[in-house]
Design a protein around this ligand. Structure first.
Ligand SMILES: Cc1cc2nc3c(=O)[nH]c(=O)nc-3n(C[C@H](O)[C@H](O)[C@H](O)COP(=O)(O)OP(=O)(O)OC[C@H]3O[C@@H](n4cnc5c(N)ncnc54)[C@H](O)[C@@H]3O)c2cc1C
Ligand SMILES: *[C@@H]1O[C@H](CO)[C@@H](O)[C@H](O)[C@H]1NC(C)=O
Ligand SMILES: *[C@@H]1O[C@H](CO)[C@@H](O)[C@H](O)[C@H]1NC(C)=O
Ligand SMILES: *[C@@H]1O[C@H](CO)[C@@H](O)[C@H](O)[C@H]1NC(C)=O
Ligand SMILES: *[C@@H]1O[C@H](CO)[C@@H](O)[C@H](O)[C@H]1NC(C)=O
Ligand SMILES: *[C@@H]1O[C@H](CO)[C@@H](O)[C@H](O)[C@H]1NC(C)=O
Ligand SMILES: *[C@@H]1O[C@H](CO)[C@@H](O)[C@H](O)[C@H]1NC(C)=O
Ligand SMILES: *[C@@H]1O[C@H](CO)[C@@H](O)[C@H](O)[C@H]1NC(C)=O
Length: 536
């Protein structure tokens, strides 16, 4: 289906946060909700021990333990009325049935990494259905498949796979604390993407809880819904309980490297060359670029240093001649390369020091910094003048980490409509702009948000247009009209704006699926799929 995407609209920046005061009628509804839950409780799986209200001493620590961005961990951040940390699938069913009955807005949280905090923040009174207790992983090497519950993290999945096999892996993100509930439903990419595609390209079944409390699998939900939850964002269609994934085969040893070049070491030339080859290299090879500002060797003079971080499904003996032929400008040497089992490469990519035991993958992570992120797709190499402009902006600006992730390979072989994730052939790489800061307060926040928008504006000439594409897992409320308003006209047109950027021509099918599985729009957030025909 052809996308009918509107031209870029001016960005609306106002995001108003209302603090919640629990009025009497809310309290009444909440009490009814709790009574409804206890009505649904069973002897074997009592629901009371999953319920946290602000009266429970551990309420805040449970809430905060899965917040990864300090921007949404302030005293001004709206807090949920209650958290239901389900321990059994019946608790998920009861929560949905009762929240629907008493019209309580429900946010679903697995790993809590949502860039805009949508899994645990809302401007209307809400509850959080927390999935972190549902984290079982059941691996069957004989059939090369696994069932993974939504609350399991990627680190746990990688660790469990490696316990069973040294030559199996799963293509997903590099941050071990990501939850499979949100990460897979938003696409899920990592350094195996050029060989095996996204996480969603390797999912073969799923279990969801629908708005009426039924549990459906692939067969009973049907191919349309199964298609929608693999990249369309779980939060619009139901609660993902678990995924069935297809494991992939990797060699017993892989090679990684991290080679850094500053501007004085001709980084611009190497980056320019990388753009010519990054998406055309053999699919065993993935080279991510990370440009960032560092102190130069001359005192007080900042420069840009670009890290070329490589992942190769093979040994360095085969990698070195390949690099010499295809990207000689980087001058990769044998001693830049480390060979290791795949599981250790996941530690390398997560920045653990060499030799860290693999159970570090099981550690929880904290919200250390405030951040704002945005994404772009690049379809034509950025000219050297453009690269120089980017470096200048980075040097003049604030702390930004950029990630340039190459596409091509398997990504180009899968059609745009195979899953809701549409960014396939024709992309050289995707950029992530990650602006981070440590100063508290609204002034600092506004200052850094403004810089992230300035940088994004400046990049306009070099990135995709009509629509300016964006990656759903790098959620960005700036790209639609952020509004918690019940004004349907606004909702109607803004869903078209962000929907086209995230899904291109797949938006129309997502709208139809939504109307069939959740016509009353119970599952919603600021950027969900509405069950309506929206303005073209
Ligand atoms: C440090 C960091 C590193 C990252 N690295 C990568 C990366 O390498 N590759 C990549 O692709 N992405 C990456 N991301 C983005 C990440 O994939 C998304 O933020 C993803 O949505 C996180 O999933 P989650 O379950 O942890 O988050 P959550 O905040 O729990 O959920 C995200 C969204 O999914 C919904 N959701 C969560 N669980 C369910 C469920 N069970 N059923 C239905 N809906 C659900 C939530 O309501 C929310 O809308 C990174 C993010 C961070 C913060
Ligand atoms: C609880 O169950 C009883 C008996 O089935 C029913 O009468 C009552 O309405 C239910 N209460 C709630 C809050 O669901
Ligand atoms: C929270 O407090 C209530 C009331 O004391 C209790 O019934 C419930 O079990 C507590 N929740 C948890 C998770 O311990
Ligand atoms: C819930 O919805 C599913 C499909 O959407 C339907 O098959 C099922 O009968 C419904 N269950 C109830 C209790 O209404
Ligand atoms: C940078 O490029 C110049 C000109 O091509 C070359 O002479 C010089 O050796 C290069 N420097 C590095 C560190 O690669
Ligand atoms: C860079 O220089 C600044 C100012 O001289 C200093 O405060 C900062 O700590 C330096 N950063 C690093 C990473 O060395
Ligand atoms: C809703 O928004 C539209 C577009 O901004 C505006 O014209 C309309 O008056 C608004 N309606 C209400 C009820 O606020
Ligand atoms: C949204 O826009 C479409 C197309 O203009 C229209 O048919 C539909 O009624 C609108 N929906 C709402 C709820 O306004």
């Amino acid at each position: 289906m052809k996308a009918s995407c509107p031209p870029s609209l001016p960005i609306l920046f106002a995001i108003v946060l209302f603090s919640i005061s629990c009025t009497n009628s809310e309290q009444v509804n909440l009490n009814r909700f709790f009574r409804c839950l206890s009505n649904h409780s069973s002897l074997f799986h009592p629901i009371s021990e999953t319920i946290y209200t602000p009266n429970n001493a551990s309420f805040l620590s449970v809430l905060n333990s899965h917040i990864k961005n300090r921007r949404f961990q302030t005293s001004a951040t709206p807090k949920p009325l209650t958290i239901i940390a389900a321990k059994h699938q019946s608790h998920v069913q009861a929560t949905i049935v009762c929240a629907k009955r008493y019209d309580l807005e429900t946010r679903i949280r697995s790993g809590g990494h949502d860039y805009e905090g949508l899994s645990y923040v809302s401007n209307t009174p809400f509850l959080v259905l927390d999935m972190f207790n549902l984290r079982a992983i059941d691996i069957d090497i004989a059939s090369e498949t696994a069932w993974v519950q939504a609350g399991a993290t990627l680190g746990e999945l990688y660790y469990r796979i490696a316990k069973k096999s040294k030559v199996h892996a799963f293509p997903a993100g590099v941050c071990p604390s990501l939850g499979t509930g949100g990460h897979f439903s938003g696409g899920g990419y990592g350094n195996l993407m050029r060989k095996f595609g996204l996480s969603v390209d390797n999912i073969i079944d799923a279990q969801i809880v629908t708005v009426n409390g039924s549990i459906l699998d692939r067969k009973s939900m049907g191919e349309d819904v199964f298609w929608a939850i693999r990249g369309g964002g779980g939060a619009s269609f139901g609660v993902i309980l678990s995924w069935k994934i297809k494991l992939v085969r990797v060699p017993s040893m892989v090679t990684v490297f991290n080679v850094k070049r500053t501007l004085e070491q001709n980084a611009t030339d190497v980056v320019y060359r990388w753009q010519q080859v990054a998406d055309k290299l053999p699919e065993d090879l993935f080279i991510r670029l990370m440009p960032q500002v560092v102190n130069g060797s001359h005192e007080g003079k900042k420069t840009v240093q670009v890290s070329f971080i490589g992942h190769f499904l093979g040994k360095s003996k085969r990698l070195l001649p390949l690099m010499n032929e295809r990207l000689p400008e980087l001058r990769l040497q044998q001693n830049d390369c480390s060979e290791m089992p795949w599981i250790e490469s996941t530690l390398f990519w997560a920045n653990f020091p060499t030799g860290t035991p693999t159970d570090a993958l099981l550690r929880p992570s904290k919200a250390d910094v405030f951040f704002k992120s945005k994404s772009d797709y690049v379809k034509k190499p950025i000219p050297k003048t453009g690269l120089e402009l980017i470096w200048k902006l980075l040097i003049q600006g604030v702390k930004v980490i950029m990630q340039w992730n190459p596409y091509g390979g398997r990504m180009s072989e899968i059609s745009e409509s195979e899953t809701p994730f549409p960014h396939r052939a024709g992309n050289i790489f995707k950029i992530q702009y990650f602006v981070l800061w440590v100063e508290e307060g609204i002034e600092a926040t506004n200052y850094y948000l403004k810089f992230s928008r300035t940088l994004y504006e400046a990049m306009t000439p070099y990135v995709s247009k009509s629509p300016r594409e964006a990656f759903l897992n790098y959620r960005d409320l700036d790209i639609g009209i952020a509004s918690s308003s019940n004004n349907r006209t606004i909702l109607n047109s803004s869903a078209r704006v962000y929907g086209c950027k995230y899904f291109k021509g797949n938006l129309d099918r997502l709208l139809r699926v939504k109307a069939s599985i959740d016509p009353s729009n119970f599952f919603k957030n600021e950027q969900s799929i509405p069950p309506l025909p929206i303005q073209p």
